[in-house]
Structure formats: C-alpha cells, structure tokens
Design a binder for this molecule. Structure first.
Ligand SMILES: [Ca+2]
Ligand SMILES: [Ca+2]
Length: 211
C-alpha cells in the first residue's frame, strides 16, 4: 500500500506527457450552464473533479457515464498534461466550478484510429461535462510557491523533502525518512535538468508543447 502511494506521488510529481505535434483539429465548446459566481477558472496544471456523459456523435449511444458507471463516483484528473484525451485538455480551460459544457470532440482528439472499449475507431465524440471542484495541481505555480519555503524561486532538496513529508501526513501516513530521501534523489535526477542542485520554477512547471 505504501509503495502504491509512493508511485502515485511520483507520477503526480514527475508525470507530464510527451507527444508528437499534430495538426490542430478543433473541439467545439458549448456552455450549457455557468454559475453566477466564479472565483477561479481552470487552467493547465489544475486538478478538476468532474461528472460526465460520453456519447458517440454518429448514433447518440451513451458509451460512458460517470454517474451511472463505476459506482457513480465523479473523477479527478489534471488538466493539460495528457492524462485525458486531448479533446478534454483543449476543451476544458477557463471553466468555473459548477460549469457544465458540451464538447464535440473530433476522433483525432479522442480515441483516434484505434478506438477504445465501446468507442469504435474514428469516432467523433460528444461529452457533457460538469466541473464540481477545481484544485491546485501538483505542478501549478501555487504548488511551487507552497513548496518554496524561503521564496527564492527554486526548490532545494530540503524543501522537496519537507513537502513530501507534509503530503504523506496529510494522507494519514507517517513519513519514512529513507523512502523520502530516495524519492527526493529520484525527483532531482529527473527534474533538475541543469544539475545545479535546485529545481527552478521553469524546471518545475509543465511543458505544454503538445497542446
Ligand atoms: Ca527555495
Ligand atoms: Ca536546476
């Protein structure tokens, strides 16, 4: 269980996708519901909690509904990092908590030539998505500032270690120093690109080249 959690954190901290550049098909965005009050809008790197229904555009078949399938639980994902289909990454920026959109996603920004599960190859998709909550993602500027305890715009090993310790505690685990050291070393190996012993803001934030 502990290792599973470690892996989850590692992929949160380290994961960003790399993808080849493609020509730009468009997602059609329709706003179905917008809350009156919107203190914060979604941006790349944020974590979004959503309920959604996914339909095939060709015949209107509902292929997935978060309310009806998989225990009816809403799902969390991080926006803009390739964790979800490109149609979502492109179509869900600047959303408010409580906003509902209809996205018409061309196959190339969905499951493409292969299809997936109940989605046949080359399917255009229609999603109705409602955002229930928006949180700072692990790669947001807010997270960076939170981790950068002495405000010098770079993260020392000590600062990353302290952050991991707090994250474990927040999730109800006692920090294990040896594991923690190991994770910090691993993180720096991958993230400290210029090997100066610090993770800079530029090294920290997501690369968005593919979007
Ligand atoms: Ca610092
Ligand atoms: Ca560095």
């Amino acid at each position: 269980m502990f290792l599973v959690l470690l892996n989850a954190f590692c992929s949160l901290l380290l994961g960003y996708s790399s993808g080849a550049k493609l020509p730009d098909p468009e997602v059609k965005i329709e706003v179905l519901k917008k809350p009156f009050v919107c203190p914060r809008k979604s941006k790349y790197g944020d974590m979004l909690l959503v309920h959604y229904d996914g339909y095939l555009e060709s015949n209107g078949t509902l292929f997935h509904s978060s309310r009806k399938h998989a225990n009816g639980q809403p799902v969390w994902f991080t926006l803009g990092i390739g964790e979800v289909i490109k149609g979502w990454d492109k179509g869900m920026k600047n959303m408010c908590s409580g906003e509902k959109r209809k996205l018409t996603v061309p196959s190339a920004l969905g499951y493409g030539k292969e299809g997936k599960g109940k989605v046949p190859p080359e399917s255009n998709l229609i999603f109705e998505i409602e955002v229930l909550e928006i949180r700072n993602g692990p790669r947001s500027h807010e997270s960076f500032q939170e981790m950068d305890l002495n405000d010098d715009w770079k993260l020392s090993k000590q600062e990353v270690k302290e952050y991991l310790r707090k994250e474990f505690e927040r999730h109800g685990y006692t920090a294990n120093d040896t594991q923690n050291e190991f994770m910090v070393e691993d993180i720096f190996k991958k993230e400290d690109e210029d090997s100066d012993g610090f993770i800079s803001a530029r090294e920290f934030t997501y690369k968005h080249d593919e979007l």
